[in-house]
Each structure stands twice: as C-alpha cells, then as structure tokens.
Design a protein around this ligand. Sequence first.
Ligand SMILES: *[C@@H]1O[C@H](CO)[C@@H](O)[C@H](O)[C@H]1NC(C)=O
Ligand SMILES: *[C@@H]1O[C@H](CO)[C@@H](O)[C@H](O)[C@H]1NC(C)=O
Ligand SMILES: *[C@@H]1O[C@H](CO)[C@@H](O)[C@H](O)[C@H]1NC(C)=O
Ligand SMILES: *[C@@H]1O[C@H](CO)[C@@H](O)[C@H](O)[C@H]1NC(C)=O
Length: 489
Amino acid sequence: MTMRLLPWLLTVTCLLFCAREAIAAPPRPYAFNGKSMCLSRRSNRLRSVEEVGPMVRRHKLAVEAKYGIGHAKNQKRASGMNLITNQGADASYFGSLAVGTPPVSFDVILDTGSSDLWIAAGGTTADIPSGICTFSPSSSSSFRDLNTTFLIEYGSGAAEGSLAEDTVQMAGFKVASQVFAVVDEVSDGALSAPVSGLMGLGWQQISSSGATPFWEALAETNDTLTEPLFAFQLTRYSNASEVWSLEPGGTFTLGATNASLYKGDIDYQDIPSGQVGYWMQEISAITVNGNSISLASGSSYAAIDTGTTLLGGPQAIIAEIYAQIPGSEAGTGDLDGYYLYPCDSPATVTLKFGSSSIAWPISTTDFQYMSASSDGNMCIGSLHVIDNAGTTAPPWVIGDTFLKNVYSVFRYDPPSVGFAVLSETALKMNGATGSAPSPTIGSVAASLSAIPTRVNTDRSNSGSATFGYGAGTSFLTCAAVAVAAAFLL
Ligand SMILES: *[C@@H]1O[C@H](CO)[C@@H](O)[C@H](O)[C@H]1NC(C)=O
Ligand SMILES: *[C@@H]1O[C@H](CO)[C@@H](O)[C@H](O)[C@H]1NC(C)=O
Ligand SMILES: *[C@@H]1O[C@H](CO)[C@@H](O)[C@H](O)[C@H]1NC(C)=O
Ligand SMILES: *[C@@H]1O[C@H](CO)[C@@H](O)[C@H](O)[C@H]1NC(C)=O
C-alpha cells in the first residue's frame, strides 16, 4: 500500500464503545444421540439391496457427518463475503475482521500488495492517532505474545510493534493461532479512523513477519474454501455529485466468486513463474487513445494491489503515455512524478496482461486523479512515476485506479489473477447513495486450527486443519462514534 494523499483534516473525537452483536447459530453437526434399540428376533433371510439400500446409505452419511469426512468434508467447504467500505472518495477500501476471545471487530484496509496482518494496539506507550479503535491483548483469553519485534515499511510510511498469535475471523472463516502484529507506532497519515490496521492479502513469500497470511492458510488446506480464491468488486465515488468520507465500497468474497457482480468469463492469467509473492502480472500491451506504447519484454511486471489508490510505473513509459495527450506536462515540486493534462482531454488507457487478448480499459473518470488548478483547466493524472531501483518491488503497481473498472479474482491454485467485466448490478453500486456497511464478520462456516506458524520460516509448515461448525458466534464491535467518521468531502 502507498500512503494516501488525502489528509484527514477533521479532528475526530472518539468515544469507544462496545456493542454486543449476536450472530445466529449455524446448524450443529449431526451427532448420534445414544438411543438404544430393542433387540428382536429376525428372520434369517438375506435382505435385498433395494430394501436396505436407503438405510445403509443413511448410516454412511451419518458417520461421515459426525467425523467431517466423505460427503461432509466437501459440504464443509465454504465461501463467505464481507461488504467493504470506500474511504475518502476511492482513496482506500476497508473491510472488517474480528480478533481474540471474545472476538472484537476491527476495520482493516484490504491490501493485496502486502502480506502481513497488523492491528493498532492501545496502551500508555503507544503512538496511535486518537480516534482509532485499538486492540487490547489483555482482553483476549486466546492471545499469545510471540515476543518478536515487527516492522513493516510501505512506500511512504511504516508500522512497528510486536508479533502475536490469536484467533482471527473474517468473511465466515476462522483461523486459530493466526500470526499478526500488534502495532503501537504508525507513521503520520498511515491510519484514518475508523481503520485500525491492515490485512495483507498477498502471498507469504513477501510477508515481513514470515507468517502465513490468513487467506493463504485457508487456501492451502485445500478443503476449506469452495474454490481456492478471493475476489473484489470495488465501487467508484470519485465522480459522484456528493461524496461522504465513508461510502459503500463493494464486495470482498473469500472462497468463491459472486456471479451477480460480473458478466462473461473470468480471464485468468498465471503469475509468471518464480514471481509468486505479489499478485504479479506481466503487462503485455498498453494503449493510449488507441495508440500502442512500446514495452521492453520482460520489464513489465506489475503488482495488482487493492491497497494502492493510483497506478505507478517506470518513468520512461509513463512519459510516453502522457506524450500521447496534447497539452500534458510533467509536474514539478510536490507534483514531481505526476503529470498534468488539460481536464477536457482525458485519455483512455488500456492494459493487456500475460497472453490475454483482452485490453482492459481504465475509464477516463479514473484516469483523472484531481484538479490541479483552481480554474479547473489542468488535471493531475492517476498514472504516475515510481522508481523501484535498488528494491525487490516490481516496476509497476496497479492499484484501484484500474481495479474499479473490473471484477478482480486472486487465485491460489494455479497462482493467477483473473479479471472480468462488471455486471449491471455492480455498476449500479457506483456513486449510489447509501450508508457504509457495518462490520460483517459472518457466522463461522469453517474454521482452521493451524499449527502455529513459526516466524521467518518457509510456508511448508503451516499446519493441519480441523473443521467444525462454530457454536453460535457473537462478537464485540469496537467502533468510533459515527459523527467522527461521516463528513462530506
Ligand atoms: C513471551 O514473554 C512472556 C514474558 O516474558 C512469556 O511469559 C511468554 O511465554 C513468552 N511467549 C513466547 C511465545 O515465548
Ligand atoms: C486439492 O483438491 C483437489 C480436488 O479435491 C485435488 O484434485 C488436488 O490434487 C488437491 N491438491 C492438493 C495439493 O492436495
Ligand atoms: C453477491 O454480492 C451481492 C452484492 O454485494 C450481495 O448482496 C450478495 O449477497 C452476494 N452473494 C453471495 C452469494 O455472496
Ligand atoms: C462516473 O464515471 C463513470 C465511468 O466513467 C461513468 O460511467 C458514470 O456515468 C460517471 N458518473 C457520473 C455521475 O458522472
């Protein structure tokens, strides 16, 4: 994730309160009830399959259900969803999860561009901006301190704390002993209330802690998720007539895709060999207003990153893109690395990935980042220069500027990223008035008790799974008062 440019000028006062929210109990597993049978003498004749077939079958199903095997094993594969929130007119997108025993819910940025989960914690020595709900380790009976320091640095910020393990629930799934960081120091602007942290949805290979990310722990057990993938539909409010700081953000689905949100096929392209870590794609073609931009082959790896607002790429190619727009010019000073162009001649940029024949367009609305002058003549483009020299980061980062235009799917096996055309249902959510969703943790459909992942080891030892339908789950909501969060931009 890169830090957002929108400053949150409002000083928020936050009264924390916890509301108990009961979630309906899901069905309990079948259990034998210990009834005894009267024994009676039976005739010795052999009974036919027709006669006993249904009984035999019922018996087998009951045993399987009790032990969670056979048909029941497949039944317990599950998917879940989380309604997400659009913060700051498409600046970032967050969802909710719950941590600890009893579970307490927090809002977290959903970031496919990093792989650590961290949550701000309170305490007297903590340096967390006021108005942010914080996690309290002492309130969770399942909390375990790993006594290991944690530091993650993003494009222009950092979060620091220590590693711990606790139960984490999200989108109807639960992972016991999930490693995450309890953060007591964040750089300025890294968190805007009500967000308390960040859920990294990248691969373990790039996690700072070395821990297996939540989504990957579920995907790698191979029989928890209906399909080994997760998907996003992200809303657009940047051109809505009125934008509140928090708006409905779209849908995050774990373990399935949601057919009501896209149409046609999902076009999957493999993560290039050896590049698993980021959700990497190779850009194979770029056009600007129909003209092709030349790309040196092998130099166009891009991280597909829901946690980044805009779209960054190498200097030479970004310059070539703006060279196709008459009247555009490179920004200077604070705008170094950005380009200005006449607002009334926006560009249509398309991107192709891997071996796909589909050119995915970025709408002219998303191409425009913001107005650069008070007369409204010049605008700042959403495509800007990033310099990855001397780092392991890819040359391109493709953020929400692009992802708002597609339904995006992040697949574990085979490792790939898929895009599809948004459905009318999904498009109708753009700019629609509505209140931002409240935390949706979902009742637990499947849970995973992983063998604690050792920190800084490879992902081969991340555990066995046991499954069970959770008994009626309830969780506490840690929420800032609504007035602090809802104001017109
Ligand atoms: C962390 O340190 C505390 C206090 O020294 C100790 O009680 C606890 O067992 C340690 N945890 C681990 C996982 O080593
Ligand atoms: C995962 O499950 C699928 C279908 O049940 C099977 O084909 C595949 O081989 C399994 N993969 C692993 C790594 O166990
Ligand atoms: C699909 O997404 C829509 C819109 O967010 C939601 O209302 C619906 O419940 C989702 N369906 C499933 C099966 O998750
Ligand atoms: C916002 O932008 C999208 C994409 O360009 C466009 O389809 C939509 O009509 C725009 N909405 C408004 C209110 O201008």
